[in-house]
Design a protein. Structure first.
Length: 104
């Protein structure tokens, strides 16, 4: 468990996802789905914060679009973040300073 916790704190989201996949899959149950969604969501604002729009779009399509059918409103909301110069212009995200601690 310590390894998993360390990887989360370091923001190594691909490693976190890989490690977790050894125990559960996205479609095992709604709790697994929620966990994987939260992990994948972390990568998106990190790319936006670096102004790497192409990476953000890649994450949106590759990692997050699969969840659109489960939470269409959330998917639309995070897609709209692409239109902002700074994602912190979004009222819900205005207080976040450290993208490693961001929660959408």
């Amino acid at each position: 468990m310590k390894y998993f916790e360390e990887e989360v704190h370091k923001g190594n989201w691909d490693e976190v996802k890989k490690y977790l996949s050894g125990f559960t899959k996205v479609d095992d149950n709604r709790y697994s789905m929620k966990i994987f969604l939260e992990i994948r969501k972390q990568k998106y604002p990190e790319a936006l914060d670096k102004h790497d729009r192409s990476k953000a779009v890649e994450i949106l399509i590759k990692d997050l679009k699969v969840f659109a059918s489960f939470n269409e409103d959330l998917f639309k909301e995070i897609t709209q973040l692409l239109t902002l110069e700074n994602f912190r212009e979004n009222e819900q995200l205005s207080k976040y300073g450290d993208t490693n601690r961001l929660e959408l």
